[in-house]
Design a protein around this ligand. Structure first.
Ligand code: ADP
Length: 260
């Protein structure tokens, strides 16, 4: 009888071992597929700015007589390199986030102050398009939240930067905060820019997705900003929403936990 019991235990163990191995292999396959697709996207994203920079440098090497023209080409090459840096930083971030390497560091901080800091950092970009960044004065009193401050700063930066990039000249970007139930607040970033067609909205948070328009491309994003935002917010177990009307503007909003 003991042999039968032993056999039964052994069979069970072998089965479990096989299932575990199968799962492990499935996991590796998924990772490998992810890696392959990611690498494909990465080289595609890097090629355009690299060729642009190469083009300007080659022209300069061949010799450009006019001093102003020379300066213009150098500046464009510099811009291309800046763009490459942004893309590489975003890639670094998204690969960490997608591998589940979020490493949130929770602390209490004043979200009002953080929004004002982000406004200060983006003021120059907004000025270039004469976009006014608005944040209602009534929120000047501190609102303390419990979250990863650096990551929430990144969320705000990406959303506000998008509202500037896809906003119209002389437009506005308006940030507001509202109380929700159960110690939650909702932060809204609203613009009156180009808006997004309904059919694109479901795919907006996918990495590398862009509404395919030459306009969006020339704005020089990586198509990673919103997927980074989604990962960060969902990593906090919070929610992100989007409302947009084509031609009228968009509103991105997310929830946060208020300090108890
Ligand atoms: P990108 O680097 O292209 O800006 P994002 O992931 O931040 O990448 O955004 C994805 C796409 O969503 C953008 O290319 C743009 O088409 C659209 N989008 C994002 N924010 C806005 C906005 N505020 N108004 C209109 N379109 C937007």
């Amino acid at each position: 009888q003991s042999i039968t019991t032993d056999m039964a235990t052994l069979t069970k163990e072998v089965k479990k071992f096989a299932t575990d191995k199968k799962l492990e292999i499935e996991n590796l396959k998924v990772r490998e597929e992810y890696r392959r697709e990611f690498m494909g996207n990465v080289s595609h994203e890097l090629k355009t700015p690299l060729f642009t920079v190469q083009g300007y440098i080659s022209t300069l090497v061949d010799g450009v007589r006019d001093k102003d023209q020379r300066k213009k080409y150098l500046e464009r090459a510099e811009k291309g390199v800046e763009r490459l840096i942004y893309i590489v930083e975003d890639l670094d971030m998204i690969s960490k986030l997608e591998m589940g390497d979020l490493n949130l560091e929770f602390s209490e901080f004043n979200i009002v102050e953080l929004i004002q800091n982000v406004f200060d950092l983006l003021e120059m970009q907004a000025d270039k398009k004469n976009i006014i960044l608005m944040f209602d004065r009534k929120y000047n009193k501190p609102i303390n939240v419990f979250a990863d401050q650096e990551k929430i700063q990144q969320v705000l930066t990406n959303l506000i930067m998008n509202s500037i990039k896809y906003g119209k000249e002389n437009g506005t970007t308006e940030v507001s905060i509202e109380d929700l139930v159960k110690n939650k607040i909702i932060v809204r970033v609203r613009d009156n820019g180009e808006g997004i067609e309904q059919q694109h909205i479901p795919r907006l948070f996918e990495r590398f997705f862009r509404v395919d328009k030459s306009g969006a491309r020339s704005e020089g994003g990586s198509g990673l900003g919103l997927s980074i935002v989604k990962h960060i917010i969902e990593g906090h177990n919070e929610k992100i929403y989007i409302e947009s009307e084509y031609g009228k503007g968009s509103e991105f909003s997310f929830t946060l936990e208020k300090k108890k």
